[in-house]
Design a protein around this ligand. Structure first.
Ligand SMILES: [Zn+2]
Length: 208
């Protein structure tokens, strides 16, 4: 499996590009910005995007979704509980002092129990609310990888002081859904370096 992680935009959101070498299909997670760079990576590997997945509707994660969808025709998957946040993209742009990006329709309500397939690998959607009400994580058992959005970081957890945030709920999500995954599972957070479930279980000061 091809997996490139591209920090995009001024907040350096980790955009993940997964590609299957055989079918040349791809899943792109959190195309927040820098869509031209994302398209260049797709071209480099001759990949066709079959799905765009949004871990949550903060502008740094979803800002480029409309442009990527327009360029690739791929459907956008996001949890519907974040629709109110996506409706307020202009307010979010105001927080950052940036222009409001183009908005697109959400094609599929991504929620727990759903999965996407890429080559032989399944991408399972986990509901992990708390950072926002519609925050999801992607668990890929065949790769032993978790794409955690802004729910879990190396040495930290997602902030819960923005609209839709809930400090108790994010801890419940992390303990029930994420820390129960294998210790050696690699975690790709929404920002910053990768980690593992085991490392965060042992050393994350917010989880003791
Ligand atoms: Zn966020």
């Amino acid at each position: 499996m091809i997996h490139e992680i591209l920090p995009v935009g001024m907040l350096q959101c980790n955009c993940s590009i997964f590609g299957d070498e055989q079918s040349h299909e791809a899943i792109v997670v959190d195309p927040g910005d820098n869509i031209d760079e994302i398209l260049a990576v797709l071209r480099k590997h001759s990949l066709t995007v079959k799905a765009i997945v949004i871990t949550h509707a903060h502008i740094d994660h979803i800002g480029g979704a409309a442009k990527l969808k327009a360029s690739t025709g791929a459907p956008v998957h996001m949890n519907e509980n974040d629709a109110p946040l996506y409706d307020r993209l202009d307010v979010q742009a105001g927080w950052l002092g940036t222009e409001t990006p183009e908005r697109t329709e959400i094609d599929s309500n991504a929620r727990e129990g759903d999965s996407l397939t890429l080559g032989g690998a399944e991408f399972h959607i986990l509901d992990t609310p708390g950072h926002t009400q519609g925050s999801i994580s992607l668990w890929i058992p065949a790769e032993n990888k978790l794409v955690a959005g802004d729910t879990l970081f190396r040495d930290s957890i997602g902030r819960t002081d923005l609209p839709g945030g809930d400090g108790r709920q994010i801890l419940r999500s992390i303990h029930a859904k994420l820390l129960t995954l294998p210790s050696d599972a690699v975690v790709i957070p929404g920002h910053g370096p990768n980690t593992t479930i085991g490392r965060e279980k042992e050393r994350n000061p917010f989880l003791s």
